[in-house]
Write a protein that binds this ligand. Structure first.
Ligand code: CA
Length: 229
């Protein structure tokens, strides 16, 4: 995101009325590019740089979940909000599991969509607090740079986290001596849901991406940043 320019947003929505309507609603706060099917969305998502994406769950050619899965598999870490017409929790969890950072259920309020996108794109800003010179945080033998969302191992391997994964990891790493309850983490980082299972999902993602020991389970209490040393 270049300072002074509106963030670039990729909107993948096949509804011929809703698509242009959402685009109009989000401009001029975002520069919106509308794609009408999953394949076009995948092409644009892989070939251009975006500050955020809004992806409809139900899309022709390639559905929203498959599209998000494909983008994440290619290492695209851009914040994604998934739009779902289905209100049930399982569907929301599927979206988050596939790599979405947030979701909104149709019909939604335009102001809420804009506010959530501002929150998602804000995660790209400079890290707050924690004054290691370059914004770097040490987690055992790993170095974590919250602003770029990159975790680097002792051996130089790097993993790029999604905005929400980085947010959760940064919160845990900021207070290494503290055990966080799931409810605490949920209230602080997932205002959009009241399902503590989302926390377990994110812990699972972080362990799979970095290492099993990066987050410690404190049985009966919650989670704490790990110390593999
Ligand atoms: Ca649709």
């Amino acid at each position: 995101m270049t300072t002074g320019e509106a963030p670039a947003l990729l909107l993948v929505e096949d509804d011929p009325v809703l698509g242009p309507l959402i685009a109009e609603l989000l401009e001029p706060d975002f520069t919106v590019r509308l794609a009408a099917n999953g394949q076009e969305g995948l092409h644009l998502g892989l070939t251009q740089s975006w500050d955020a994406m809004v992806i409809d769950r139900g899309l022709p050619v390639m559905d929203g979940i498959s599209l998000i899965t494909a983008l994440r598999a290619k290492g695209i870490g851009t914040p994604i909000l998934i739009l779902t017409a289905l209100g049930d929790t399982a569907e929301k969890v599927r979206g988050l599991d596939a790599g979405a950072n947030d979701y909104l259920t149709k019909p939604f309020d335009g102001g809420e969509l804009a506010a959530r996108l501002r929150a998602l794109t804000r995660s790209y800003g400079p890290p707050t607090g924690q004054g290691l010179a370059a914004g770097q945080v040490s987690i055992g033998t790993w170095d974590f740079h919250p602003a770029s969302r990159v975790v680097r191992s002792l051996y130089g391997d790097t993993v790029t986290l999604t905005a929400k994964e980085a947010e959760v990891l940064a919160a845990l790493a900021a207070e290494p001596n503290r055990v966080f309850t799931r409810d605490e983490l949920l209230a602080a980082h997932f205002q959009e849901t009241d399902q503590p299972g989302v926390i377990d999902t994110y812990v699972h993602h972080l362990r799979r991406k970095i290492d099993r020991t990066v987050i410690r389970t404190v049985h009966g209490v919650g989670y704490q940043i790990g110390d593999p040393s």
